[in-house]
Ligand binder design. Structure first.
Ligand SMILES: *Cc1c(COP(=O)(O)O)cnc(C)c1O
Length: 243
């Protein structure tokens, strides 16, 4: 570790204060909407954050993290093993990486094709037959051409298939709405995700319980619109260090 990283890394007391501050905001919104705060969770979106930063947060009690890139994630998973962090995969999954993702992660929030679902399930069955991989289907809620996510035409079939694969546990939806500057437009996107969730009848409805949406800029709004899992990067860890 060089001097610069040391100087910039956060202490676990500071991390603790950050976690408390986030939790207080979630608690406030929860009581405002008449929800129990414990039903709303956050994962630290930790891409590009250093191991030192993550360690400070893990020591401070952060229990769930989301990573976007497998190579970057693996060393963090290895180094932080003793903290029993629940790791979520929140990036695009290349087919040749599916096996490793299924082996190392507890959740995949970016399920977007039947092909990927089958690969993940097969790998998981081989490695941890009694512990299905929790999955959320990523929906491209604003139909952005460049964005990942299942198309509207393939959605029902993906729900049906993924919901019955023995290596997967289909938990709900994940979305990254277009970052509209107007809050009202973001609200409309969040509400569309919420209604998609409500209107879906998955094969195993008892596990259908998760709406993952909302990031640093808009997580409180997302919770008001029905999110119960938010993914927080900058607001929690600070700006992502340049590569
Ligand atoms: C980076 C990232 C986040 C967090 O972004 P912030 O705006 O820094 O909170 C959330 N979700 C996904 C999928 C991400 O890639």
């Amino acid at each position: 570790m060089n001097a610069t990283t040391t100087r910039h890394s956060i202490s676990s007391q500071q991390a603790c204060a950050k976690l408390d501050w986030i939790q207080e905001q979630i608690n406030a919104v929860s009581s405002e909407i008449g929800n129990s705060a414990s039903s709303i969770r956050f994962v630290g979106a930790s891409k590009a954050q250093s191991l030192a930063t993550l360690r400070a947060f893990a020591e401070a009690g952060l229990r769930a993290c989301g990573e976007n890139y497998l190579q970057e994630a693996i060393s963090k998973l290895d180094e932080l093993e003793r903290f029993n962090i629940e790791w979520h995969f929140i990036g695009h999954i290349q087919s040749n990486k599916a096996k490793q993702v299924a082996e190392r992660f507890a959740w995949v929030q970016t399920l977007d094709s039947i092909r990927l679902a089958k690969r993940l399930s097969d790998a998981r069955i081989g490695l941890r037959p009694n512990e299905p991989l929790n999955c959320c289907i990523q929906v491209n809620v604003d139909n952005e051409p460049q964005k990942a996510g299942v198309s509207a035409e393939s959605y029902d079939e993906l729900v049906d298939t993924a919901g019955q694969l023995p290596g997967l546990r289909l938990r709900g939806l994940m979305a990254i709405p277009q970052p509209y500057p107007e809050l009202s437009e973001r609200i409309a996107s969040f509400k569309r995700v919420r209604s998609m969730f409500d209107n879906t009848s998955p094969p195993q409805p008892q596990y259908w319980d998760t709406i993952s949406m909302g990031m640093s800029d808009d997580f409180l709004t997302a919770i008001r619109c029905g999110a119960n899992l938010v993914r927080l990067g900058t607001v929690l860890f600070g700006p992502r260090p340049p590569k």
